[in-house]
Design a protein. Structure first.
Length: 170
């Protein structure tokens, strides 16, 4: 693991980019650079675009960890089978690219990132749209410098969870 030393003290800072992905059909990707800059965008349109983006974020000498939301293992009224196919394909492509690059991949279930952030549950909201808007509002509150969209909200919140997991007490 690479580190840099501050000229004013003996503390060491780990140089690691955190990447968080909501692999959904309308998902997004968010990242926090080694220097704390946060960015987000909707999912790249092609697999080649995803390779290019992840290659750019996996800077030599700095490294990166990818956090990706796990997908459900069933379909139903909330997730039609056609959407599930795209979701599973996106998940596999993302994980394959990251692993081929030697990037550590951490899978996280929705409840595992939502609960520690105090978001409650989707069931407590009247509709899926109400839940998604709640997540968007929370992401905007936590990242006021960004223009949060429905596509990037989940990825940003997964990123916040990843930051807390990788830097306890921060």
């Amino acid at each position: 693991m690479n580190t840099r030393r501050c000229c004013r003290g003996n503390w060491r800072e780990t140089l690691r980019t955190l990447i968080a992905i909501d692999p959904g059909v309308s998902g997004g990707i968010a990242w926090r650079t080694t220097w704390g800059e946060v960015n987000a965008r909707k999912m790249p349109e092609t697999d080649g675009d995803m390779v290019q983006l992840l290659t750019g974020l996996h800077a030599p000498g700095a490294g990166a960890t990818l956090w990706v939301e796990e997908i459900p293992k069933f379909t139903g009224t909330n997730i039609p089978s056609s959407s599930m196919f795209v979701l599973a394909r996106n998940f596999g492509v993302i994980e394959g690219i990251a692993l081929a690059m030697g990037m550590p991949v951490r899978r996280v279930k929705p409840a595992a990132w939502q609960k520690p952030l105090g978001l409650g549950t989707a069931r407590a909201c009247g509709s899926k749209a109400e839940w998604k808007n709640k997540l968007k509002a929370e992401a905007q509150r936590r990242f006021p410098m960004l223009s949060v969209t429905l596509a990037t909200a989940d990825a940003l919140l997964i990123l916040e969870h990843a930051r807390k997991e990788e830097s306890p007490g921060a």
